[in-house]
Design a protein around this ligand. Structure first.
Ligand SMILES: NC(=O)c1ccc[n+]([C@@H]2O[C@H](COP(=O)([O-])OP(=O)(O)OC[C@H]3O[C@@H](n4cnc5c(N)ncnc54)[C@H](OP(=O)(O)O)[C@@H]3O)[C@@H](O)[C@H]2O)c1
Length: 381
């Protein structure tokens, strides 16, 4: 007999309002987030006790704002051309005292947006972000963000910045809180490079595999970002710092996936024959020795590195299907049998679902804080 489902817990109190400002509103993750918000709004109010209102949404081109809340899936009809003064007025309003709790949802990859986090957090605005730029800048900035969040009590959540919706950063934080030191982390964390490796192992030339990955949109618009492993460096910085390693960006040693990445994409054509030959030799060697090439992000007491590794073909990292991420965490208590966390490492829908989890957790913390403030005020009055 099929099992029936337990009813969701329903709070006795009416749902508390939480205002959201979505940045990157029409990007892949931003669009999927709006869809998910529209689908789940009523159920989240029931389950989590928060009424999520999309107060404002913007990207580089447009801006929309409604005090009562925008319809998340009907944004195109209300977006106006972006105006900086309107955005600054919005944030001045949100940062003014006695506002209902509010949360910025960052679905961009923008350094300019990441640069605002300390100011937003210091003023009590929460942040839920898929953008890893802030946590991957110099260590002093990372610490500035942590300090701003701690001082104001505003929640700062970024679980999807490594491994999309796979819970990796939360478990790492739990390990740190219970004093279980992390000794080493290894991970396969790049969807685009895993795709290239799968194609190379199946016999495709490097140049053809790269062209296919570009045509399918699996690489960044500048594929040099992927081949230089820039994004992977950012993910490793976030992971390492959350595990307690004080790591500066320049301290990550990187073996580029392809040597042509050192030159401008306009000059790659001249290097592709050599790259094809280099990869053909590597793959032939792996076939003859029962191994498989993987690109691993690693951090331990000896340092942090992104490196191509030729692993036994039966290694869990080597047998991973393209698109999946896998992380191995060695701790003081779990080193002979380390902790493994894995699952789909990218995709707008799964990432947006992870962002929504961060929004709910951050929103509940903000609402609890606002309710406690109100209680204190009414006792004092
Ligand atoms: N896609 C995934 O599977 C995935 C998985 C995990 C994490 N992420 C992360 O999620 C973020 C978004 O990824 P995506 O794939 O959705 O990227 P995307 O499709 O390129 O969307 C980026 C969005 O950011 C907006 N934007 C850029 N700079 C901005 C600025 N200064 N102010 C306001 N808006 C700005 C863009 O606006 P315009 O359209 O106007 O330029 C666009 O709406 C990235 O940080 C990415 O690393 C993505």
């Amino acid at each position: 007999m099929p099992l029936s489902r337990l009813p969701s817990p329903s709070g006795a109190r009416p749902a508390a309002r939480l205002d959201l400002v979505l940045v990157g509103a029409r990007g892949q993750v931003g669009t999927a987030f709006r869809r998910r918000l529209a689908e789940q709004h009523a159920a989240i109010a029931r389950r989590a006790g928060i009424d999520l209102r999309l107060l404002a949404a913007f990207d580089r081109r447009g801006f929309a704002y409604d005090l009562e809340g925008l319809a998340p899936t009907e944004l195109d009809a209300v977006l106006q051309p972006r105006r900086e003064d309107a955005i600054e007025a919005l944030f001045a309003h949100l940062q003014s005292p006695r506002q209902a709790p509010a949360l910025v949802v960052d679905c961009t990859a923008s350094d300019a947006i990441a640069a605002r986090y300390p100011e937003w957090l210091a003023s009590g605005l929460g942040i839920a972000t898929a953008n890893k730029r802030a946590n991957a800048r110099e260590l002093a900035f990372y610490r500035q963000i942590q300090r701003a969040a701690a001082a104001s009590g505003a929640p700062y959540r970024f679980e999807t910045t490594v491994g999309a919706a796979i819970p990796i950063l939360g478990p790492l934080r739990d390990l740190a809180l219970r004093g279980e030191g992390v000794r080493a982390i290894q991970g396969v964390l790049s969807g685009s490079l895993s795709f290239l490796l799968e194609r190379l192992h199946s016999g495709q030339r490097f140049s053809a595999a790269l062209a296919e990955a570009q045509s399918l949109g699996y690489t960044e618009p500048d594929a040099g970002e992927d081949l230089r492993a820039d994004d992977l460096v950012r993910k490793l910085l976030v992971l390492a710092r959350e595990a307690g390693f004080a790591l500066e960006p320049h301290e990550v040693s990187v073996t580029p996936f392809a040597e042509c990445a050192a030159s401008h994409p306009d000059q790659w054509a001249a290097h592709l024959d050599a790259e094809d030959a280099r990869w053909a030799a590597r793959i032939a060697h792996a076939k003859a020795s029962g191994t498989r090439w993987t690109i691993l992000a690693e951090v331990d007491a000896a340092g942090a590195r992104i490196a191509l590794r030729e692993l036994d073909a039966t290694s869990p990292f080597a047998t991973l299907p393209a698109g999946q991420n896998l992380v191995r965490i060695e701790t003081d208590l779990q080193h002979e049998r380390p902790l493994w966390l894995g699952g789909p490492g990218a995709g707008p829908d799964i990432t947006a679902a992870g962002v929504l989890s961060d929004v709910i957790a951050a929103g509940q913390a903000l609402v609890r804080g606002a309710q406690a403030d109100n209680r204190r005020r009414s006792v004092a009055a």
